[in-house]
Design a protein around this ligand. Structure first.
Ligand code: CP
Length: 309
């Protein structure tokens, strides 16, 4: 039972629970009308201390489509955080009003801290460069919907692997599936953190290598997970400008890829995927954004006990 649990990082869910969420999300996608009363009378608080389009709006759309209601803020300047209130006090207060808290915060560990002060479930919608577990749910549900399984894949992660929390959460979670190979493609300054490599190394049978060449890796991949260089996490503008266009996937480059290779991107994109690729059948990133709403509907319903999971 997932009712009343916190979701801070993907490890909080067993493989069995992931599968049940995917099954429920598929049912919701195929028959949304059957779930439109699942969360009637429940309130979701979305507390976004950092900008967001997909995560905040898909959570709010998900709750509204389940018959529930939403409250919250999209930037901390409009909350009492601007007056110096601590995160702990904000969470204690919001937990008095809402049944579920979805929070994004620039500080690593903020969601875990929030969970310690909340009587209602807290869902981490991104804590700094650390984790983004519901993006991982979105990514895995998209792979499952479009490929049918999450096993036997060679996955390339490309771009800012240092600060990209979606990469950290997904790479870590993929180690739980059979016969996964990962290729980490980044400039040396933006390579995957050592703690993620250590976590992968702990699991028998998962292979990975690092390279700075997208060209060399592209032909081997079943799935390419492109990411944006995370401007907001850089300490100086100069480094960002030097690194921001390290990789640009365009139609010419894509000719080197396997015909069925899937392209995912958590979005937002800046320059790293040329818009000429958007209509290529391999480009799945806008479907991914839509699937994110269905999997979040499944998650909300499960945490609030509005549908069996
Ligand atoms: N994928 C993602 O987290 O997008 P937003 O920053 O728009 O929420």
């Amino acid at each position: 039972m997932m009712k009343n649990r916190h979701l801070i990082e993907p490890e909080n869910l067993s493989l069995d629970e992931l599968e049940r969420l995917f099954d429920l999300a598929e049912k919701i996608k195929n028959d949304p009308a059957s779930f439109q009363e699942s969360c009637r009378g429940k309130l979701l608080a979305s507390l976004f201390f950092e900008p967001s389009t997909r995560t905040r709006l898909s959570f709010e759309a998900a709750m509204l489509r389940l018959g529930g209601s939403c409250l919250g803020f999209a930037e901390p300047a409009s909350s009492s955080t601007a007056k110096g209130e601590s995160l702990a006090d904000t969470i204690r207060t919001v937990a008095c009003y809402a049944d579920l808290i979805v929070m994004r915060n620039p500080k690593e560990g903020a969601a875990l801290l929030a969970s310690r002060y909340s009587d209602v479930p807290v869902v981490n919608a991104g804590d700094g460069g650390h984790h983004h577990p519901t993006q991982t749910l979105t990514d895995l549900f998209t792979i499952k919907q479009l490929r049918g399984n999450i096993e036997n894949l060679t996955i390339g992660f490309c771009g800012d692997l240092k600060f990209g929390r979606t990469v950290h959460s997904l790479a870590h979670t993929l180690t739980r599936y059979p016969n996964i190979k990962m290729v980490f493609i980044s400039p040396p300054e933006l390579c995957i953190p050592d703690y993620i490599k250590r976590e992968i190394n702990r699991v028998d049978g998962v292979e990975f290598y690092e390279t700075d060449s997208l060209d060399k890796a592209l032909g081997d991949l079943d799935l390419l997970y492109m990411t944006r260089v995370q401007k907001e996490r850089f300490f100086n503008e100069e480094d960002y400008i030097r690194l921001k266009d390290s990789y640009i996937l365009d139609a010419e480059k894509l000719e080197q890829a396997k015909k069925p290779m899937m392209i995912l991107h958590p979005l937002p994109r800046v320059n790293e995927i040329d818009i000429e690729i958007d209509n290529d059948p391999r480009a799945a990133y806008f479907k991914q954004a839509k699937y994110g709403m269905y999997i979040r509907m499944a998650l909300i319903a499960s945490l609030l006990g509005g549908a069996s999971c």
